[in-house]
Design a protein around this ligand. Structure first.
Ligand code: AMP
Length: 422
């Protein structure tokens, strides 16, 4: 039987990989401009980290984790997201004692056992940032500017930014009770899951996908009307800073993060044109997370972008032209007995910083020119008997079709000059 990639996983073939490199470069360059440094953490961690860091009651932890026992019977889990691992690393290396805030970005594969569909995979990739060690609302705004700058860098300006504040443990506790009181008389109309969770975690009913739940709790008291003064001020400053800088957003009462360590700003970004899975990213402030993983009380904020969905958006909305991978020079060899010299010349071109390639399948002269075209070569070097005898090569500009005879010593500077002047 033919072995295929496991369900929910896929190969990124070279033609696609070029798009990934393009996207990653935009993300990394933008993050660097904003003062964020890269962190790389393991793809698997102790299961307990995600139970504590993502939350025991979340779908991710209850249904979607790839958990296994290693040969020493330790329970390990393939990371379903990046924040818990970053927080673990921050605590493990005591980095909270250094200069704050710490600003990190990461990019890499994440694993969730969910039903695969367009835009939803079991191994997918996220680019994320985390900033630890400041409660400033201007840091919330910075993180959102960075997110928007990445989208715009990719030519994705048709996004919708949803924003809410989930308050702090103090105001949320009072709000929680108000919500339970509102839901109790209509609890029978809630979906099965919500009938259970409305008592433990009524906020999660607000982001339930079932329309019937929303109808049942219509006119529910909103978080925004129940924030304490500090939380209201914080949220107001984040909103104002976004407005002052021309970033459009919609306040969304249903956007909640149902876990205790989430505080204040919560957000999600959608690109409506890409289908059912339109959320391309989400994030928020988590001032209680570091402590809940065993560290000191240290605030934090971050987001994660789904890289597959962003590429899907770029493909669907087609707003930018991406650079294709090309070569500077193609070396066309006219006789088989010149392969030796050709191998040395090709190596020399590459050592001198030029991207260069050749044929390895004894193609005819014409077929080699075709291949050069396919590889997007800017110049072709022709190497034949005459060239070897006369210590020169023929260089052909693939665009203008001009040809020159260049002596061997002058070849590299000539090519560099041509490429610089293009
Ligand atoms: P989350 O950590 O669930 O807020 O996810 C952040 C972003 O990652 C989402 O907005 C999606 O773009 C992306 N994402 C989450 N789960 C998947 C998945 N199973 N497949 C592809 N992308 C995903």
């Amino acid at each position: 039987m033919q072995i295929k990639a496991p369900r929910g996983t896929y190969d990124i073939l070279p033609e696609e990989a070029v798009k990934w490199q393009w996207m990653e470069q935009i993300m990394k360059e933008t993050a660097a401009r904003f003062g964020y440094q890269e962190i790389r953490t393991p793809v698997f961690e102790h299961t307990e980290l995600f139970q504590r860091g993502v939350g025991e009651s979340t779908d991710i932890v209850t249904k979607e984790m790839y958990t296994f026992h290693d040969k020493s019977q330790r329970s390990l889990t393939l990371r379903p997201e990046g924040t818990a691992s970053c927080t673990r690393a921050l605590i493990e290396h005591s980095l909270y004692n250094g200069t704050l805030p710490i600003k990190w970005f990461y990019a890499g594969p994440m694993f969730r056992y969910d039903r695969p569909q367009t835009g939803r995979y079991r191994q997918f990739h996220q680019f994320g940032v985390e900033a630890f060690g400041s409660r400033s609302p201007f840091l919330d705004a910075e993180v959102l500017f960075l997110l928007v700058e990445i989208l715009q860098g990719m030519g994705l300006s048709e996004y919708e930014l949803h924003l809410n504040s989930v308050g702090c443990p103090l105001c949320r506790e009072q709000y929680r009770q108000k919500l339970i009181d509102h839901m109790a008389p209509v609890k029978d109309k809630l979906c099965k899951d919500c009938q259970v969770r409305y008592l433990q975690n009524p906020l999660r009913v607000l982001d339930c996908k079932e329309a019937t739940c929303h109808q049942a709790i219509i006119n529910y008291p909103t978080l925004i009307d129940n924030l304490c003064d500090d939380c209201r001020t914080h949220y107001g400053m984040v909103q104002q800073t976004l407005k002052d800088n021309g970033i459009e957003f919609v306040h969304d009462n249903n956007l909640v993060r149902g876990l205790d360590y989430y505080t204040n700003t919560a957000f999600e970004v959608h690109i409506p044109g890409i289908g059912a899975q339109s959320a391309v990213g989400g994030g928020g402030r988590y001032d209680g997370l570091v402590e809940s993983i065993g560290g000191p009380s240290l605030p934090g904020i971050g987001f994660a972008l789904g890289m597959e969905r962003l590429l899907l958006a770029v493909d669907k909305l087609g707003c930018v032209s991406r650079a294709q991978q090309t070569v500077d020079v193609f070396l066309a060899v006219m006789q088989e007995n010149l392969e030796n010299q050709a191998a040395s010349l090709l190596y020399k071109l590459r050592q001198q910083g030029l991207s260069a390639d050749k044929d390895y399948n004894q193609r005819s002269g014409r077929a080699q020119m075709k291949l050069a075209d396919k590889l997007g070569a800017k110049y072709v070097i022709l190497l034949g008997e005459d060239e070897i005898k006369g210590n020169f090569v023929t260089v052909r500009d693939m665009k203008s079709k001009e040809q020159w005879k260049i002596d061997n010593e002058g070849l590299i500077p000539f090519l560099h000059e041509c490429l610089d002047n293009r």
